[in-house]
Design a protein around this ligand. Structure first.
Ligand SMILES: C[S@@+](CC[C@H](N)C(=O)[O-])C[C@H]1O[C@@H](n2cnc3c(N)ncnc32)[C@H](O)[C@@H]1O
Length: 289
């Protein structure tokens, strides 16, 4: 390469570097949330077994189960892949069991073979590929005690029911695909007597940085279609609120399944204090912990 050519290349590299820098600055300055949240999220992406949202959902599920008088609860992870999620749940469960005295059984569901066949446009076939995220079963077994039910979720609910699940209080949905999520949701009526009155549902795939997911595809579409057919079970999301401090990094992903026909649905677990809101009552009941 002659000197003129190499000079041109250096100039072009410099222009591209400055351009990237400009975009980076635009994105940092225009980021609409506090930067500490981005940093917190970055830590979760980098260290896959650091999941404040999994921990606080598990904690709140157990706390509410305790209020309802349940000693044993079940938590599901749908879509296990390599196992980072379920390993993390097992890690968090130890302290939560000690604190609440509620025994937590964790059950994972996975095909074992990675993402199932992608037939539908609503599965985002331009983003997900069949066979992605295959499970190394032997390796996973050496890291966890929880049971994993292998097979397509559309065929494995009966096998799960045979394990006598008690009080499902939380479900971590991470099947990626519209069709898989829908296939699981369609079977919820079979599970209604095993579901707690209210079940925290974490949906991992309701957003992509490219903004490709919305109510017309993926998990959000599966939820919408489920709700349009189901009467006694509904899955919804609370409004954004300044009081929303209990689930760091869970915001936007957290839904609650209401199992309206549950025998304990109306059991009172609210604030039980006769003097509440009396004149001069200055007590703050919203506890961070
Ligand atoms: C993104 S991965 C799960 C990641 C995992 N939750 C974690 O936190 O590391 C998605 C998983 O869903 C599983 N999956 C997708 N559709 C399924 C189906 N219909 N039945 C069973 N498993 C399915 C795939 O095998 C894949 O391992």
């Amino acid at each position: 390469m002659d000197e003129v050519e190499s000079g041109k290349q250096k100039a072009s590299l410099k222009i591209m570097f400055l351009y990237r820098l400009k975009i980076l600055i635009l994105r940092i300055l225009g980021y609409e949330k506090p930067l500490r949240v981005a940093l917190f999220k970055y830590l979760f992406i980098k260290f896959r077994q650091f999941r404040p949202h999994y921990e606080t959902i598990l904690l709140e599920s157990a706390v509410q189960a305790k209020k309802l008088g349940y000693e044993n609860v079940t938590v599901l992870e749908l879509g296990v892949a390599g196992g980072n999620g379920i390993i993390t749940l097992e890690k968090y469960k130890k302290n939560i069991e000690k604190l609440t005295k509620v025994k937590i059984k964790i059950v994972g569901f996975d095909s074992g073979e990675g993402l199932t066949k992608i037939d539908s446009k609503f599965d985002l076939p331009f983003y997900w590929r069949e066979g992605q995220f295959k499970t190394d079963k032997k390796k996973l077994e050496s890291h966890i005690d929880s049971k994993i039910i292998y097979g397509d979720v559309k065929n494995t609910i009966d096998e799960f029911i045979k394990t006598n699940p008690e009080n499902i209080v939380a479900i971590f949905f991470d099947l990626d695909l519209y069709s898989s999520t829908k296939n699981f949701l369609n079977q919820l009526s079979k599970l209604d007597k095993y579901l707690a009155p209210r079940v925290y549902c974490y949906f991992d795939d309701v957003h992509l940085p490219e903004n490709w997911i919305n109510e017309h595809n993926g998990e959000l579409l599966a939820i919408k279609e489920f709700n349009s057919k189901s009467e006694n079970i509904k899955i919804g999301q609370a409004l954004d609120n300044i009081n929303d401090f209990k689930f760091p990094l869970g915001k936007n992903h957290l839904f609650v399944l209401h199992n309206f026909n549950h025998k304990d649905y109306n059991k009172f677990i609210g604030i039980d204090d006769e003097n509440s809101l009396h004149i001069g009552d200055t007590r703050v009941r919203t506890k961070i912990f």
